[in-house]
Design a protein. Sequence first.
Length: 129
Amino acid sequence: MSRVPSAAESRRAEIREGLAAARERSGHTVLIGEVELYCDHQGCVARNVTMVVKEYEGATPAALYCPACRRQLKPHGVRTMSEVNDIFDRDARTSVNIQIYKERQRRLGREILGVPGSVICDTRLPGLE
C-alpha cells in the first residue's frame, strides 16, 4: 500500500518540478527568474509572494516559507527571466493602449464608462503595425 504524500511534500514536489521545467525552458542548468507563491494560512496577512531567484550559488530550495507566518508556501508558477520580461513588456503595451483609448475618448468629449476588451487585449504597439 502506497503512502499518500503530505501537503508539504506535495508542495515541495510542485516547486521542484516547476524549477526543473523553467530551467529546461531557459536552456540553462541554473535558473534566473521568478517563483510565484501563495500563503493560504487563514490567519496570515501575506498572500502572494514573488521570489526573484538566481541560482549561481546553488539550487533554489524546494521548501519555501512565508516571510510573515513562517508556514510553507503554495507554488503558483515558475518563470524564466525572459518570460518575466515578456509579461512586463506585454503589460506595458496594454497599459499604453488603454491610456491612448481613454485620451481619445476624452478629446471626443465622451464619458468613459469602461474600456473595451478589444483594447485591453491588444498587445501591439500603436503605430507599428
